[in-house]
Design a protein around this ligand. Sequence first.
Ligand code: FCB
Length: 460
Amino acid sequence: MKRIDFPKDFLWGTATASFQVEGSPDGDGRGKSIWDTFCETPGKVENGDTGKVACDHYNRYKEDVALMSELGVNAYRFSISWPRLLPDGAGQINQKGIDFYNKLIDSLLEKNITPAATLYHWDLPQALFDKGGWVNRDTVERFRDYAELAYSHYGDRVKNWFTHNEPWVTAFVGNLQGRHAPGYKDLKTAVAVSFHMVLSHAMAVEAYRKSPGGKDGKIGIVLNLYPAVPASDSTEDKNAAELCDAYQNRWFLDPLYKGSYPEPLRSIFEKAGAPIPEKSGDLSFISGQKTDFLGLNYYLRKVVRAATDSEKLEAKTPHPTLPYVEIIPQGAQVTAMPWEVHPESLYDVLKRLDVDYGSPNILVTENGAAFQDDKLAAGANYLIDDEDRRSFLETHFVAALKAIKAGVNLKGFFVWSMMDNFEWARGYSKRFGIFHVDYATKKRSWKKSGRWYQSFLKKD
Ligand code: FCB
């Protein structure tokens, strides 16, 4: 497998997100986000880690862009921090925040790296959360206004946009599991958030089409999707996999592409007191806002089986209304998360999108792995010998190529992540970078995976 086997204009990139790399939360007038608050809450983030300094990308972006240029990528996916542009989420604009992304975008373009910007990668302005956050329909319109502001400043140069990153995680990990900000454990809240995120995506797409830069630019959403595989051939396990698929995948794909919610899950949630707070016409509006591509974050598959009665009682299921459990097959290779390593499932999910959702253009917007990274390389042009990550990337590139050969409209691949960074509730304990970050000095160093990617990109 070589770069030349992929389409000529394929986007090869790396990805990061504002809160995970930037640091400088109070710098130059940035407002507070819900992740700042979450980090300040004892017990929420491993080791009490925070995003205060992170990778100090806010001050070191030039060095990072130079590294990306050396790596040889032709694209970079980053996210814009809403509270950096609008400290209160709406109203007063923070010019220094606007300037930061202007500088970042210009340095990327100087190096011929295509910028791809995500509008929302989880750092909701605290001021909007205080008014109800994503449960409040008003936030949907504030998001549209913020999107318009971003288009007006960057739309002349940024031609690839993503509205939301993984709304499933925002809705359900943040509001049902409570493991992410804001830390709620309430199904009704989570379902309302999930709907408002999709609605706000559609409003931001509509606004993009009307913006001057939108005439020749592209926009989409990023979803985290997983093949849901039954652990056995039994009817119970097959039903469990279908339920998992509805919850993890179709809960977002169906409203976006089909203007509907998957049954029976919609009714199950409704009966549990968690209806979708839609107004008449919302769903047709959502599916009417056609996107140019779908961003796919792929990390693992979900192997599931029906829960036993005791598992239901012990709350081993995602929720009482979702009576299944996820398992890791015996003997499977796992990452440090621990997530099962299963590259063939990337092919499966790409193929499924092609068949079930009308052959959309797709970008793999995230793929990568956390490993221990405890092996120092001796006498090499890299610091860390991360053969596990290198091979992870190679096997996933192979799966992507197989999908292209099978007719999938795959247009790009972004490795998560450009460098080690703040891994949300796991703090700095999990490293996903293809560049190593020494958190004491902030020094970036090559890993073997980065060198491998570099030589893959060079051979064309
Ligand atoms: C995804 C997130 C990204 C990163 C990876 C490991 O869910 O979008 O920010 O944390 O997982």
